[in-house]
Design a binder for this molecule. Structure first.
Ligand SMILES: Cc1cc2nc3c(=O)[nH]c(=O)nc-3n(C[C@H](O)[C@H](O)[C@H](O)COP(=O)(O)OP(=O)(O)OC[C@H]3O[C@@H](n4cnc5c(N)ncnc54)[C@H](O)[C@@H]3O)c2cc1C
Length: 382
């Protein structure tokens, strides 16, 4: 009987755990799913939580009911890949034969003051605290650092939910620079309509309790700062003995096994997964297929078979612009923009379909109804 541990019950960890439990049932695998919180965090919606929207709560026990998985509640503090042990912060030690690592990422807040004076979207609690803080302000300035999709979505959401607050979006490049010209024009117009002040070509030097200091010395007053500029692996990965890249993501081979410790599989934001066009960036879109593929690789290995190569291609860049607008840029597999895009109501409906799709997907997976081929298609692979 194989002792399988899945660390992290986010988007990718649940997908991996449900699938590996189904695939190893016949060979008597014991699968434990470890998570810090008893509920599933819909990270895709954390900007909505922070803006004050009440969202449904999804207990993990309900999501995995009927799979035979054991849910272990606890926070992983240390991982010892050589000894095959995960140490929880309450002293429990969980041994494993095979591990699927799916603990996600933290904000890359290496600029001085960012970790102490800025909010991040690390977990649901931070989003709730940010929501409380925004709710206490009658006027003032909210600075969002980072012009990637999370920064854009957050700035738009805050500006719409709190029209009395001045929202400033700070970005090195043009927000949405990865999109095509027409989708980007829609995005620019939406941010202007919502009165978001967009500052591009700026580099943050320091985050202070009441300001953001730019390289060059300019101070931008800030009552609340949200840091969304980049992510990296959890600090505990660096001390685990696993091979990691410059952003502390676990480097994996084509079967999604750690290149240094093949009994460890890494998925989602935590993994450095290389495709022909480069290393995947953290999305659910790519993350859930990695979770499913790692489960299949692990099950194949237990049966003495050679695991298949992971292949993935992007299909879209979905961006909400408040609750009444959105823009969806359709992409080639390498994430470069195609000609097609959606905007307005059609884009809002599409974005909502994307954000709400993981839970029905887990329900189908539990019933064995989602063939791998469907995921390959959803991942843009012909
Ligand atoms: C506001 C926002 C909007 C986004 N929008 C999109 C989008 O539209 N499309 C898209 O594809 N992607 C989007 N993303 C990115 C997407 O959310 C991530 O890529 C995705 O969540 C990665 O899944 P994951 O399973 O790797 O990590 P996560 O979903 O973060 O899951 C990690 C899990 O590990 C748990 N955990 C963490 N540390 C510990 C610990 N030490 N011990 C125990 N448990 C722990 C957490 O509680 C969590 O359950 C968005 C992200 C944000 C913040």
């Amino acid at each position: 009987m194989s002792n399988i541990l899945v660390l992290g019950a986010g988007y990718t960890g649940i997908a991996a755990a449900v699938r590996v439990a189904a695939k190893t049932r016949r060979v008597g695998g014991r699968v434990r799913l470890v998570n810090a919180s008893p509920t599933f965090t819909e990270r895709l919606r954390l900007h909505q939580t922070a803006a004050g929207e009440s969202l449904a709560v999804h207990p993990l026990d309900e999501i995995v009911a009927g799979t035979g998985l054991d849910v272990v509640l606890g926070r992983v503090a240390r991982l010892d890949a050589a000894r095959h042990e995960a140490h929880l912060d309450d002293g429990r030690v969980l041994g494993y034969d095979k591990l699927i690592y799916a603990l996600g990422a933290v904000a890359d807040a290496s600029v001085p003051g960012a970790d102490s004076h800025a909010y991040t979207f690390y977990d649901h609690e931070q989003a709730v605290r940010l929501c409380g803080h925004l709710g206490t302000l009658r006027s003032g300035t909210v600075v969002v650092v980072g012009g990637g999709l999370t920064g854009i979505e957050s700035a738009a959401e805050f500006a719409e939910a709190h029209p009395r607050l001045h929202v400033v979006l700070l970005s090195r490049g043009r927000p949405g620079s990865m999109m095509g010209e027409r989708a980007r024009a829609h995005l620019d117009a939406a941010l202007e309509r919502l009165c978001v002040e967009v500052r591009t070509g700026v580099e943050v030097h320091k985050v202070l309790p009441d300001a953001v200091e730019l390289v060059g010395g300019e101070l931008i007053h800030s009552d609340v700062t949200l840091w969304t500029a980049g992510t990296r692996g959890l600090p505990l990965v660096a001390g685990s003995g696993l091979s990691v890249d410059a952003r502390d993501r676990i480097v994996v081979d084509s079967a999604l096994r750690s290149v240094s410790h093949p009994d460890v599989y890494a998925v989602g934001d935590a993994a450095a997964v290389t495709q022909k066009f480069g290393v995947l960036h953290g999305t659910c879109q790519g993350g859930i297929p990695t979770g499913l593929h790692a489960a299949d690789s692990l099950a194949a290995t237990l049966r003495g078979k050679t695991p298949k190569q992971f292949r993935f291609g992007y299909i879209h860049q979905p961006v909400s612009l408040g609750r009444k607008d959105a823009v969806i840029q359709f992409t080639r597999p390498d994430d470069s923009p195609r000609r097609w895009y959606l905007k307005g109501r059609a884009a809002v409906a599409y974005k909502e379909m994307v954000s709400s799709s993981p839970l029905p997907t887990y329900r189908l997976l539990k019933r064995g109804l989602v063939p791998v081929r469907a995921f390959a298609l959803s991942a843009g692979i012909p």
